[in-house]
Design a protein around this ligand. Sequence first.
Ligand code: TTP
Length: 192
Amino acid sequence: MQTRTLMLASASPRRAELLSQIGVEFIQQPVDLDESALTNEPPKAQVLRLAAEKANAAWLQVEGTAQVVLASDTMVVLDNQALGKPRNAEHARSMLQSLSGRQHEVMTSVSVRDATRQKTLCVVTQVVFGPLTAVQIDDYWATGEPVDKAGAYGIQGIGGQFVKSINGSYSAVVGLPLYETVQLLKEFEVMS
Ligand SMILES: Cc1cn([C@H]2C[C@H](O)[C@@H](COP(=O)(O)OP(=O)(O)OP(=O)(O)O)O2)c(=O)[nH]c1=O
């Protein structure tokens, strides 16, 4: 039984699917935010700040439609540099080239808040890519899959074939770490 009503502050269909997958009921509302990094901001600090800011922005718009708000942010991090969503084909190509044959980290933060408190956490997962050829990268861009995804790939889709190994949370790479999300939703009495 769900005791408190939840808003998912996100435009992401992946996050909605993941939350639905574990039987949570929610309303979904996107928030618009400047996601650029602050000067000298480390990727982990950025990903934590963005989830918290998304939750706070949504809270201002919630107007009684939900008692609890959940927001999240995902970033691909290579050599301590954050790779966001690709701006264009060239940007996607260079991101995928840089990920080829190497390990990177996917950082996904979750922030949950209600009227009196807020909790934000970050889950870090190591992902190893096999080597990618220029043809593979071009063909992948042509599928349209990379366009709205951090690091220009989706592990849950065609991009799954590039992933040699993963150490951490699969659901976090897709966009929402389910284990940690459930802990937070229990703490905020959305789940029992
Ligand atoms: C690495 C990776 C990212 N992604 C997605 C998850 C996120 O939706 C997206 C990263 O962008 P985010 O800015 O985290 O999220 P979003 O803009 O899609 O949605 P919102 O901010 O409204 O919540 O990349 C995948 O779907 N699969 C993957 O393997």
